[in-house]
Design a protein around this ligand. Sequence first.
Ligand code: PEP
Ligand code: MN
Length: 342
Amino acid sequence: MMIVMKPTASEEEIAAVIARVESVGATAHVSKGAEVTVIGAIGDREHVARLELDGAPGVSQVVPILKPYKLSSTQLRPGGERSVFDIGGRKIGGEHFALIAGPCTVESRDQLLDTARAVRDAGATMLRGGAYKPRTSPYAFQGLGRAGLRLLAEAKEETGMPIVTELMDVRDLEPIAEVADVVQIGARNMQNYTLLSEIGRAGIPVLLKRGLSATLEELLMAAEYVLKEGNERVMLCERGIRTFETAYRFTLDLMAVPVLKQLSHLPVVVDPSHASGRRDLVGPLSLAAAAVGADGIIVEVHPNPDEAICDGPQQLRIEDFAEYASLVEQAAALAGKAFARA
Ligand code: PEP
Ligand code: MN
């Protein structure tokens, strides 16, 4: 249920509506737009239906939220406001574009720091790198773990770039939270609901990747698990989905970008690296993603992809990154966005 207050509603009237919502055991999510305040009453449907706030002082109208996802829905933002987050001084959302770049996995000090410096100098706004890796084979390299986190902390200290790194197991939350500015929930964990609730409670910004075969509605419902715990800073990420096509690794669903942005106020990021699995496709897909209105790109870059421990064929070479970044910046400008440099 969504309670739209009158532009003339007083603070007392708004507080009275919030108290009424809470009195039935629902949660009140207040968004103060430029014109009006909207209060989302989220909770048990039957309880919410008993609110009877029509005609209450200061209330303009009471509208049901029709979609199963509530807090992520654009319906809660009748003024059309987009979510904009400040991540360690770099904004994402609205007219701010985030270029998140770095290796697939942290391998060594030199590998990480060389990449971090190169991508920062070329205009990347955040550094990615996995210390805990979700590998198809249990026999493959699983990440450097704590040692990888220490190297990420060093790279952050040296370059000033916010860190994006993956959390797979809630037991690693504390050490990851110490270094991560954004916690990535990978495609394989998109529907790990206990993990989502936990990261919601931790309150750290989340990059939520779309599951390999997840619908947009399932992605938004997963985001809802984080938002429901009071963590508003969720970024959605399209990273390619499984289709019948075998000529490339996954199919990058670029249509998801404008559609997610119609359905949700949350920023939408595109991962062209994992979608294609091929370096030659990363450039064109990135330009398309930026032009179609993505709020950011997360891309893999490595000083020596031929010797990378994982995902070598898709990682951009650091010497090619500056030109790549400049083209992406031009494509983002076509969609009215500018790189969010510090
Ligand atoms: C990654 O970004 O390192 C990754 C493993 O991606 P995904 O979860 O999308 O496969
Ligand atoms: Mn990878």
